[in-house]
Design a protein around this ligand. Structure first.
Ligand code: ATP
Ligand code: MG
Length: 261
């Protein structure tokens, strides 16, 4: 029997390059120490790079574990079940920092099947994540996650878009697909990212085209570009960074309110 669900789960989605990883990293930065206990951060993009944005090294992704599991699962000591062994492998891939724990899903080595990774992601969401007050998931581009129904039972889905009508239409499709697939998402909100000062007035049209409830916009921030160009982790952005300030505001506003109620 699963224990009562106390975890609040947030996934960041959106089409490629809309800022999912950036927003997730800024959310981690804005949310640590504001929730009661460590956050579980999951990089569910096979092209994992959230760890770089956070400034941590990863040894093993879940994809890497598949090889060990397949190789050893039939030669386990009698007291260890396959399930125990898998749990052990998953636990050993969790990176612990002072403020959050981190898992990268990665991709299967060789011509492997993503089912393994998706099953493990489901398992993590259904079990391990319950030990954390908050789970934050950076998803892959496109809708693959949703069509494979790995991201389920989310409290909050944040859909990122650039400030264009076509971006907003993609955001709308993501929301519609979630509905069609009966994915259980409590709330879906739009974030319009990379908004240059000249676009602020036109943002209403973008929100309207998305047909979604609007959470916030994040300004285009040259400092983010600079950190990326210099290979510096976004986690170390100064608190004066305008994009971080925008994320801080949305955390202190609606997000903390949703988490604590
Ligand atoms: N608010 C912002 N201001 C300036 N640059 C930004 C902002 N948000 C994201 N970027 C830049 O946009 C690019 C794409 O961002 P990011 O990698 O976060 O997107 P993504 O949706 O995770 O992409 P992918 O689909 O490849 O995973 C990066 O170069 C990032 O530095
Ligand atoms: Mg990304």
């Amino acid at each position: 029997m699963e224990s009562e669900k106390l975890t609040f789960s947030i996934a960041v989605s959106g089409k490629g390059g809309t800022g999912k990883t950036t927003i997730t990293a800024l959310l981690v930065r804005a949310l640590i120490k504001k929730v009661n206990g460590p956050i579980l951060v999951i990089d569910a993009d096979p092209n994992s790079n959230l760890n770089e944005a956070l400034g941590i090294n990863i040894n093993n992704t879940i994809g890497d574990l598949r090889e060990s599991f397949l190789k050893n699962k039939d030669n386990l000591p009698p007291e260890q079940s396959k399930e125990d062994y898998l749990n052990y492998l998953i636990q050993s891939s969790i990176i612990e920092t002072d403020d959050y724990d981190f898992i990268a899903m990665g991709r299967p080595e060789g011509p492997g099947c993503y089912c393994f990774i998706n099953n493990i992601l489901r398992k993590i969401l259904d079990t391990i994540s319950h030990h954390y007050p908050l789970v934050l998931i950076d998803t892959e581009a496109g809708l693959e996650h949703f069509s494979r129904r790995t991201t389920r039972d989310l409290d909050l889905l944040l859909v990122a878009t650039d400030p264009t009508i076509s971006g907003a239409r993609t955001a709308k499709r993501i929301k519609e697909l979630c509905k069609e697939l009966h994915i259980n998402i409590e709330k879906t909100l739009l974030i319009v990212n990379r908004v240059p000062p000249s676009m602020k007035e036109r943002i209403d049209e973008v929100i309207k085209a998305s047909g979604m409830d609007y959470l916030s916009m994040i300004p285009e921030d040259p400092l983010i570009q600079q950190f990326n160009a210099e290979g510096k982790p976004l986690f170390d952005l100064p608190s004066s960074c305008i994009a971080l300030k925008a994320v801080d505001n949305l955390v202190n506003g609606l997000i903390l309110q949703l988490i604590t109620t």
